[in-house]
Design a protein around this ligand. Structure first.
Ligand SMILES: NC(=O)c1ccc[n+]([C@@H]2O[C@H](COP(=O)([O-])OP(=O)(O)OC[C@H]3O[C@@H](n4cnc5c(N)ncnc54)[C@H](OP(=O)(O)O)[C@@H]3O)[C@@H](O)[C@H]2O)c1
Length: 347
């Protein structure tokens, strides 16, 4: 075991704890505690940047499908440098710059993280931009990459093109010379246009008709994180052979604790359309669900994204850079829909 603090040095660090469901202002507490030490197969990372994501909003509202038990340290993803390497870890040394997606535990100065899920981060990248690409970037990259039938000139619809995932998905799609229709609230249409997409208000009464006006033969793919009935509108927007990708069900209207119910419409529709496709009843259209997970494919996508960042092809939108005790402010901005891009904590 190696550490950058000498033997007997009590290293401490600040951490944010989510104490229960409710308002971020009441349920996020910042305190200083002893830093962890690295267990077997783990490393300790001095966090440079941690992402603020919609998952924390769902955890706060008790609407996340796989929530940790309260109280816990939130924080889906991080970028930082290894300060200690636990027993049994090979391939990583103190000082290495890494990224990880532990799903929770990133909102602290020192985070103990499984070594098997680390990915390298080039030393010259801005930490906030690098962390914006971890969960959101890989999600956008893999969803697009797995739709192998897309060719330049195809039109795709990206819901929430002003958000963390949507703004990256839009940039990646535009880079692949796809035409992007991006939904967002009207105040963010200029930002969506600046990314290279044609904006539409997702509250447009007949969104399918509005999309069909722009793309009369339908679109080659729809990326939907809202779920619910909107999935039927998305399905109706598809051209022959098109794909509806459902990557969350953040539809409003559920009470805290009803964590599974928002996802039922997406699961039912995916199953039904899978069978209909087998029977040749969908005109080649299909519906699929996506969920990001760590592993080799994740690391390879992240490596590709860091290459695109270094080349200047990608420019992650950073909605705000906050200290750890600004976590409640960041979550409040996300909850109130005031942000364009990704909020980041810089411990
Ligand atoms: N499946 C996975 O593995 C995976 C991975 C990462 C993220 N996600 C999910 O992806 C979603 C987006 O995450 P994010 O970090 O990008 O969140 P975000 O930054 O909060 O962005 C959310 C976006 O959704 C838009 N939006 C709000 N209501 C909408 C509606 N009714 N129809 C269409 N768009 C609407 C917002 O637009 P305005 O701000 O203009 O209102 C905003 O652009 C979240 O639900 C998250 O949990 C899933």
């Amino acid at each position: 075991m190696t550490a950058d603090a000498g033997i007997g040095t009590a290293l401490s660090g600040a951490k944010v704890t989510m104490t229960g469901s409710g308002n971020p202002e009441e349920r996020l507490v910042t305190a200083r505690e002893a830093a962890p030490s690295a267990g077997r197969g783990k490393v300790v990372v001095r966090v440079e940047a941690a992402g603020v994501s919609f998952a924390e909003v769902q955890m706060l509202q008790h609407l996340h499908p796989f929530p940790p038990k309260f109280p816990f340290v939130p924080g889906y993803d991080l970028v930082g440098r290894i300060t200690e390497v636990g027993e049994g870890v090979t391939g990583w040394r103190t000082g290495d710059r890494v990224a990880a997606m532990p799903r929770y535990g990133a909102w602290q100065e020192y985070a103990e993280t499984a070594a098997k899920d680390l990915a390298p981060v080039p030393g010259d990248l801005d930490a906030a931009e690098a962390v914006a690409l971890v969960t959101n970037g890989v999600t956008a990259y893999q969803m697009l990459d797995r739709l192998t039938g897309l060719v330049p000139g195809d039109t795709v619809l990206v819901h929430g093109a002003s958000g963390g995932v949507g703004s990256l998905l839009t940039q990646l799609a535009v880079h692949r010379r796809l035409r992007v229709i991006g939904t967002a609230s009207p105040a963010k249409h200029d930002a969506v246009r600046a990314l290279g997409a044609e904006p539409l208000d997702y509250r447009t009464p007949d969104l399918t008709a509005a999309v069909r006006e722009l793309a009369p033969h339908g679109v080659a793919a729809v990326f939907d994180h809202i779920g619910g009935r909107g999935l039927d509108a998305g399905w109706a927007m598809l051209a022959e052979g098109g794909t509806l990708v459902s990557f969350d069900s953040s539809v409003a209207g559920y009470r805290p604790g009803q964590w599974f119910r928002p996802h039922v419409p997406a699961l039912v529709r995916t199953g039904r359309r899978f069978l209909a496709r087998l029977l040749g009843l969908t005109g080649g259209r299909r519906m699929t669900m996506y969920y990001v997970k760590p592993g080799e494919a994740f690391n390879s996508a992240l490596g590709a994204l860091y290459g695109l960042l270094a080349e200047g092809v990608l420019k992650p939108e950073i909605a705000g850079r906050h200290p750890l005790d600004g976590a409640a402010t960041a979550l409040r901005e996300l909850l109130d829909g005031r942000s364009v891009g990704k909020h980041v904590l810089l411990p």
